[in-house]
Design a binder for this molecule. Structure first.
Ligand SMILES: [Zn+2]
Length: 142
């Protein structure tokens, strides 16, 4: 069987780290979720950017997030949204509000999709991908 490539429509699209996102993706392989912190105004920022979203400063430093948050909103995909998910049952596409404030688009895993609720406490977990990154997903806490 030939190796699957990222151009194979049955393979889940993987992130492609850039200079700006390389530190974030490297941290995911260590089970760490990085956000940025503005050293001028203290804003917490996700996803990795050049400028602070609040004050425009370029003085941003990486910081380990708590990995905890709550479900801000979600939907249950009952039909696959991509061929790579054709064999995946209903799954939850969500926006999680991190304890630090930023929102993260992700999946809620390790629970029945029908049990997900807005405001539900969740924590990050990581799904290793073939290309040397791990996808940050969230699961219910406790
Ligand atoms: Zn700032």
């Amino acid at each position: 069987m030939a190796a699957k490539t990222t151009s194979d429509p049955t393979v889940r699209p993987a992130p492609h780290p850039t200079d700006l996102t390389a530190a974030f993706w490297a941290a995911t392989t260590e089970g760490r979720f990085l956000i940025q912190r503005c050293t001028r105004c203290n804003a917490a920022i996700f996803y990795p950017r050049v400028n602070c979203t609040e004050c425009g400063s370029t003085e941003l430093v990486d910081e380990d997030a708590s990995g905890r948050g709550t479900v801000y909103t979600f939907t249950v995909a009952r039909r696959p949204t991509h061929r790579a998910w054709a064999e995946t049952g209903p799954y939850v596409i969500a926006i999680v509000e991190l304890a630090e404030g930023p929102h993260v688009t992700t999946n809620i895993v390790e629970c029945d999709p029908d049990d997900v609720r807005i405001g539900m406490p969740v924590e990050v977990c990581f799904a290793p991908e073939a290309d040397g990154v791990a996808l940050p997903l969230f699961r219910p806490t406790g």
